[in-house]
Design a protein around this ligand. Structure first.
Ligand SMILES: Cc1cc2nc3c(=O)[nH]c(=O)nc-3n(C[C@H](O)[C@H](O)[C@H](O)COP(=O)(O)O)c2cc1C
Length: 158
């Protein structure tokens, strides 16, 4: 069975709600096992075990959080071994600015690992975004993101 890891950081719970919605969307695709881990509980070794990684972080000064950056930095241990896995990003920000730079900070790391990053032609091109606690539109976008990643993982697994 193909696996997807949703790994996220969240201080006040907003990105956590998004992570649950991303996981719900991914679970809708048959034959996909979805693991959801807060970054404190995740290990970089988990990355080896999955076919897709969806990374969520609150926007901290227009970038991923320090905890998520530490996790990403530790993933250099498996540099060259994550090539061809599917990746995507989501973030919650306060509404002042920096959501897209946060998504791009995550996406840069995924690309450097050689992952296939999932974008979107509709709203929220670079990944799913919420202002604070996710609105219904943001929840729908997160479900869609999870579903899209899971679909691609499923196709690649065949
Ligand atoms: C250290 C720090 C830096 C932040 N930087 C930004 C920022 O650059 N732009 C913004 O709009 N919100 C910023 N925020 C607000 C958070 O992104 C926002 O509250 C988010 O919803 C928190 O998500 P969480 O509940 O998952 O932690 C910052 C918050 C903190 C704690």
């Amino acid at each position: 069975m193909a696996k997807i890891l949703v790994v996220y950081d969240s201080t006040s719970g907003n990105t956590e709600k998004m992570a649950q919605a991303v996981a719900e969307g991914a679970s809708k695709v048959a034959g996909i096992e979805v693991l959801v881990k807060k970054v404190d509980q995740a290990k970089v070794d988990d990355l080896l075990e999955v076919d897709g990684v969806i990374v969520g972080s609150p926007c901290h000064f227009g970038q991923m959080s320090a905890k998520m950056k530490t996790f990403i930095d530790e993933s250099v241990k498996y540099y060259g071994k994550l090539d061809g896995k599917v990746g995507a990003a989501f973030t919650s920000f306060g509404g002042s600015g920096g959501s897209e730079t946060t998504l791009l900070s995550i996406i840069h790391a995924l690309l450097i690992h050689g992952m296939i990053v999932v974008g979107r032609s509709g709203r929220m091109h670079y990944g799913s975004v919420a202002v604070g606690s996710p609105s219904q539109e943001s929840i729908d976008s997160c479900r869609d993101l999870g579903f899209r990643v899971a679909n691609i993982v499923s196709k690649l697994a065949k």
